[in-house]
Design a protein around this ligand. Sequence first.
Ligand SMILES: [Zn+2]
Ligand SMILES: [Zn+2]
Length: 369
Amino acid sequence: MAATTARGAVLRGFHQPLEIDAAEIPAPGPGAVVARITLAGICGTDIHLSHGNLPIPTPLVLGHEAVGVVAALGEGVTTDFSGNPLAVGDAITWTSSIPCGRCHWCVVEGERTLCETRRIYGINQRWDVAPHLSGGFAEAIYLQPGSAIFKLPAGVTPEMVISLGCAGPTAYHGVVDLTGVKPGETVLVQGAGPVGIAAAMFAHLSGAAQVLIVGGPQERLDLARRMHVGTDWLDIFSVTDPAERLKWVMERTPHGRGADVVLECTGVPTAVQEGMDAARRNGKMLVLGQYTDRGTTPINPHVITKKQLTMIGSWAFSERHYLGYMANLPAMQERFGLDPMITRYRLEDVNAAMADMATGKVMKPVLVM
Ligand SMILES: [Zn+2]
Ligand SMILES: [Zn+2]
């Protein structure tokens, strides 16, 4: 007999521990799908959200990266987003946001991540409003009509999908789709969290000759080294002087010119100037890590002009980036091995998992339902 209620970890207010609560699992309406969640990833953004760094509603079940199994299909749902037949029991994943599909940003610009009314699981869907189950840190989720649901392709496991979480498609969007890394280039990745690791992986797959990772803490750099992600690593907690870090990067770039491409994946505003300083003249810099608003930072715009830098911003991801991410997973699995990214926790230990993410002690905490 299938469970009729599902537990979820609820954020009731900022700077508070999550509380386990339960809600009834509704039957899916037309166009909707109910999924039993099997694995849910915890993202750095969840930590920032729990601190109120974006204007989100509470109470809320956090969690915008998950994989699950189809529990029930609403009327009219016969296929996934790509047209593959969908049945109860199929392993699926889904994009975290549902863009409106009708606005200027969705239609004219074709940039669905910029849709101002997009609904986002685990970020702007309230727990106290039906269908309640709208976040990943729960045993079930109600996937609303319009959700981009993907049956896992052959050769892609739930563990592979969750190993990079939202960082995978986010990095695909920023690094592959918007910035572009050419074979032979020297790439500086700032940040050694999941976004930095995913960005470094895409830099490798794009043919970068060198991938320098400047981040921390040491545990994360050690993991990156073991997985052969990056070609050289600098721990920002042991080298705290930005001038020393700049010197370290410059010494490793051809003729000391600076990095061809800088990928900022830190979530720390001061990293932006540091990245600009490390970029070569006529280089490119992607600012990818500032998903939540951590405030302003002094930068010297003269550097952008004088070096003729191309500065690029990239916000979240849409359906095509998710597909791009999944298409690359078998290659990433073969080259790096993705399972070491994951540290597993039970739903009731969600606050310990959040704390381990906040300190960077683990790379990708995953709730196993
Ligand atoms: Zn995220
Ligand atoms: Zn829209």
